[in-house]
Design a protein around this ligand. Structure first.
Ligand code: 5GP
Length: 212
């Protein structure tokens, strides 16, 4: 079937455990590649440049926007976050399913630009669990947690724009469910245009042969 990979957007409330889901997905299956975003937010303790994010200044980020170096970007809680174009295009062409772990404004921009992308929303089983996970992270100030919960309330209004919603309760179950959805998505005609075009061309060839 199609050689080109699928562009997957994985969103979810801050604290939904998206990062863990993605890490496990990459460990378990080798057909995925994770896009590393660029951000102007400060690194959290233990975060390294080029691993979790490419950390940069506002000025440099804005230069890259002007150069059209990002396929999408958004302002989230006062900081810029964006997806570098080159890596995504390269990996998709190489047949990898590329994962963008991004928030909802970016997700909507991706769907607009790439209608064949697959949008998955990851959520914890309950809001109490979300709060517990945010507090348990221990790296955020209470006001940051409050801001993230307020943002989650806003984001919950946008869930309907996604193709699927997956509950992250048991990690392995969640990871396998995401993988199954991606596998199913490959079979949708919108994601098999190259293959369909080839079949049509070949059939036209046969039809012409039958005419003469
Ligand atoms: P955090 O600061 O917790 O690492 O990320 C905050 C939010 O920004 C998360 O919802 C994360 O998914 C989102 N995010 C990370 N990278 C990008 C990106 O490249 N583009 C957009 N639009 N959102 C991003």
């Amino acid at each position: 079937m199609e050689k080109k990979g699928i562009l997957i957007v994985l969103s979810g409330f801050s604290g939904a455990g998206k990062g863990t889901v993605v890490k496990r997905l990459l460990q378990k299956y080798d057909e995925y590649a994770l896009s590393i975003s660029m951000t102007t937010r400060a690194p959290r303790p233990g975060e390294k440049d080029g691993v979790e994010y490419f950390f940069t200044t506002r000025e440099k980020f804005e230069e890259i926007i002007v150069r059209n170096g990002l396929i999408e970007y958004a302002l989230y809680c006062g900081n810029y976050y964006g997806t570098p174009r080159e890596y995504v295009e390269e990996k998709l062409s190489a047949g990898k399913n590329v994962i963008l772990e991004i928030e909802i404004q970016g997700a909507l921009k991706i769907k607009e630009k790439f209608p064949e992308s697959l949008l998955i929303f990851v959520t914890p089983p309950s809001v109490m669990e979300l709060k517990r996970r945010l507090e348990g992270r221990g790296t955020e100030e209470p006001e940051v947690i409050a801001r993230r919960l307020a943002r989650a309330a806003e984001e919950s209004e946008g869930i309907n724009a996604y193709d699927y919603i997956v509950v992250n309760d048991d990690l392995e179950v969640c990871v396998d469910e995401v993988h199954r959805l991606v596998d199913e998505a490959r079979r949708a005609p919108v994601r098999s245009q190259e293959f369909i075009g080839k079949i049509r061309e070949e059939l036209k060839g046969f039809a012409k042969g039958a005419d003469s």
